[in-house]
Ligand binder design. Structure first.
Ligand code: DAH
Length: 341
């Protein structure tokens, strides 16, 4: 009987060693340890052995059983690992998700580049600002009704004796007088792009938004220069076919003042559902008011200039191929929306 046990054991080990699939190993296990398995039968037959022999054979059987089971387990593990290590270089790779700049950052970069090409210097003036630069120096004295339009946030700190209250700047025009004081003697060609804040929130307004402010001051600057600059921007940013028009308006810090419209990209100025009149409103502009030049210590007799201030979000929303139904979505965190830009 001892010989039978050893024979069976050797056969089992040999079969296990040459098996090369999990299914084959399972079949071997059934062949040996199943209800009618070869090893099972041997155990059944142990009754026939004399009592004193039984103990010795029992040990041999146990030992053989252990060896077979161990090898089965080992072999199963080996097969599993060799499957895991198998590498198929033809399987297409998984692309890691790569982020990109926010649409507003991209637009700001593009605006800077467009004005940079015609010599505008990029500036960035404070978001937390004195009343003086946001209003007073822009020809809006205290209690002037024009201030209402700017729906300003005030910061609850003591007033400065020279510059007044502290506000979150409601427009980038605060950079105008700051730039004049910084540069001193013209020429000035500034593009100030910064965050602005107003107490407003609806589909076309967010409480925090961005503006870009152009300021040009030199001798003999006229509306012609303003119009040329705006047309250049419209064509560079929106495409060759676009033009601008000036519409009379009123701002305290410019005289004359204008609203700037751009010809509609959908109907090319003929009038359609999007624009109604053939024109879309871009933002404000004008010739710098003499009082503003004086506040910036520039002689309004010798020098003149123009300025314009537009919303970054607004000019982006007006690129008609970009669908932005609600400006606040740009500042949301829904990547399914943002990643399309
Ligand atoms: N600051 C104005 C606003 O926020 C826009 C503006 C109008 C800026 C006329 C200018 C300008 O520089 O000349 O509504």
């Amino acid at each position: 009987m001892q010989e039978d046990v050893l024979n069976i054991k050797n056969q089992a080990l040999a079969q296990i060693m040459s098996a090369d699939s999990a299914a084959e190993l399972e079949q071997i296990r059934i062949d040996y340890f199943g209800r009618n398995g070869r090893f099972t039968n041997i155990i059944k037959n142990i009754k026939r052995v004399s009592a004193d022999e039984r103990k010795r054979i029992g040990l041999i059987i146990n030992e053989a059983k252990k060896s077979i089971e161990e090898l089965l387990e080992n072999q199963k593990r080996n097969l599993r690992e060799s499957v895991r290590e198998w590498f198929d270089p033809t399987v297409p790779g998984q692309k890691p998700e790569i982020g990109h700049l926010h649409p507003i950052t991209k637009t700001i970069n593009e605006i800077s580049r467009i004005f940079g090409r015609i010599g505008f210097e990029r500036a960035r003036y404070p978001e937390v600002e004195w009343d003086h630069f946001a209003f007073e120096a822009l020809n809006m004295p205290k209690n002037h009704p024009a201030r209402d339009e700017w729906e300003t946030f005030f910061i609850d700190v003591p007033e400065n004796s020279k510059y007044g209250k502290t506000v979150l700047t409601p427009h980038t025009s605060n950079g105008q007088v700051r730039e004049m004081l910084r540069v001193g003697t013209p020429p000035i060609r500034m593009i100030n792009i910064a965050k602005c804040y107003r107490r407003q929130s609806d589909i076309s307004h967010a409480p925090m938004f961005h503006q870009f402010e152009g300021l040009v001051i030199d001798e003999d600057i006229s509306i012609v220069n303003l119009k040329g600059t705006l047309d250049y921007f419209a064509k560079s940013f929106y495409g060759e076919g676009r033009t601008t028009r000036l519409r009379p308006y009123h701002f305290q810090f410019t005289e004359p003042s204008f609203e700037i419209d751009i010809s509609c990209g959908v109907c090319k100025g003929r009038g359609c559902k999007v624009c109604k009149s053939g024109w879309l409103e871009l933002g404000g502009a004008g010739m710098v008011h003499p009082n503003v030049l004086k506040a910036g210590k520039i002689d309004p007799v010798k020098y003149s200039g123009f300025a314009f201030g537009w919303g970054v979000e607004r000019v982006l929303m007006m690129k008609e191929e970009v669908g932005i139904p609600d400006v606040r979505m740009i500042y949301g965190t829904d990547l399914r929306y943002l990643s399309q830009f």
